[in-house]
Write a protein that binds this ligand. Structure first.
Ligand code: SAM
Length: 388
């Protein structure tokens, strides 16, 4: 595998970079890893090696044909690169996950981080999983539908649309589009796409995305920023730029062996680097900030009127009752004759999102009512709310 010399040269002084072992490891295959859905029982991975930084992460000794496995399609696990599961440590150490939180995963397709976040949040919390590119948003909907949890909304919006809802989120996860050098071993085709110009273009785009979405984060909320690039201009330099642009505090995370701690040059912000020759996984970078006091630059008032309480109509209650385990714990929304089961604690937030953004789905898509029966959607079959 021919790693671009310009990339190697640019990393010479970067924390943890060892050109010899780095080049050598790219001649070996990537480990295969999966993350188990904690809400769907499976014992097929019980004896496999654990990913050190993720409770439900496992390494598989060989790479099976996942698409031939019914449990893969049933959402009992998600095939995910191990390093990126470190997000779990950021969320566990920097948020109170037992609280009711509203979290935005801004660049979410195909859904690796979103399925992970949804599994870690409390049942009364809400994950807003967004993808700007429409066909990719479809894949996101599909993967979250398979995951089966009702605490998720999928939106298909540009980052700047989120400044319509200032100070709304407790956490922003920005797994930014990047130059992708961290995935060269998994996807050698990415090498041909790599150039210094592309790294710079990605860096500018990362700053634009951060600027566009910043107002939607609450004061005291946290930003998790990550990339799968090794380049400083997409990582530590972005941390310096964030420190200059916004009022933030950089947060530290306790790490496992092999994860390299790094510090940005100007503002000493903390970052975490993953190299395939140091840990069992691919290239990854992650950092966390807490937002301080700020002035919301966009003062547009929220387009939102308080909803009338959702009436639980008798027919609907009867029709859904036989399909849903503990229907009393939920409410539903109707759109174009389709019904979506949501958490009553999040009804207010979901309606606010509906008034300001393009919602692709909210909660669990139940299906349509015909006469006195439900024509169930496939998503209901895959969900964790279906009764025995
Ligand atoms: N978080 C995802 C996961 O764990 O499965 C991977 C996200 S991928 C690194 C970055 C995503 O950002 C892609 O889905 C891409 O379509 C999206 N993206 C590209 N340009 C964007 C932009 N200008 N604003 C927001 N998202 C963008």
């Amino acid at each position: 595998m021919q790693i671009p010399q310009k990339l190697i040269d640019s990393l010479q002084n970067v924390n943890g970079f060892d050109p010899t072992t780095f080049v050598e490891i790219h001649e070996t295959p990537s480990p295969t890893s999966i993350r188990i859905n904690p809400f769907k029982s499976t014992n097929q991975f019980d004896n496999f090696e654990h990913v050190a930084w993720c409770e439900s992460g496992r390494y598989l000794p060989t790479r099976p044909a996942f698409t031939l496995d019914p449990l893969f399609h049933a959402g009992t696990y998600y095939v995910q690169e191990a390093s990126s599961m470190f997000l779990e440590q950021a969320l566990k150490q920097c948020l109170k996950l037992e609280d009711d939180l509203v979290v935005l995963d801004l660049c979410a397709a195909p859904g690796g981080k979103s399925t992970h976040i949804a599994s870690l949040l409390s049942t009364d919390s809400l994950l807003v999983s967004n993808e700007v590119i429409k066909p990719r948003a479809n894949v996101l909907v599909e993967n979250l539908s398979k995951w089966g949890l009702p605490n998720t909304v999928v939106t298909n919006n540009d980052p700047k649309d989120f400044n319509r809802i200032p100070h709304f989120f407790d956490a922003l996860v920005i797994d930014a589009p990047c130059s992708g050098s961290g995935l060269f071993r998994k996807d050698p085709n990415a090498i041909a796409e790599w150039s210094e110009q592309n790294v710079e273009m990605c860096s500018l785009r990362q700053k634009r995305i951060l600027t566009d979405v910043w107002d939607s984060l609450k004061i005291g909320g946290i930003l998790v920023y990550s990339t799968c690039s090794y380049s400083q201009s997409e990582n530590e330099d972005i941390l310096d730029w964030i420190s200059e642009e916004f009022n933030v505090k950089s947060l530290k995370i306790n790490t496992q062996d092999g994860i390299i701690q790094t510090i940005s040059a100007k503002h000493q912000a903390h970052g975490y680097r993953f190299y395939p020759d140091k840990i069992k996984g691919e290239g990854f970078f992650l950092a966390v900030f807490e937002k301080g006091e700020d002035d919301v630059r966009n003062t547009t008032t929220l387009k939102y009127t308080k909803p009338r309480p959702n009436k639980k109509l008798k027919l609907e209650t009867q029709v859904f009752g036989s399909w849903i385990e503990s229907l009393e714990d939920y409410v539903w929304l109707e759109k174009n004759e389709e019904y979506f089961l949501i958490n009553p604690e999040q009804e207010h937030n979901i309606k606010l999102l509906q008034a300001n953004l393009y919602l692709r789905k909210a909660g669990i898509r139940l299906g349509k009512i015909a006469g006195k029966d439900l024509i169930p959607d496939h998503e209901l079959a895959l969900s964790v709310v279906l009764s025995e």
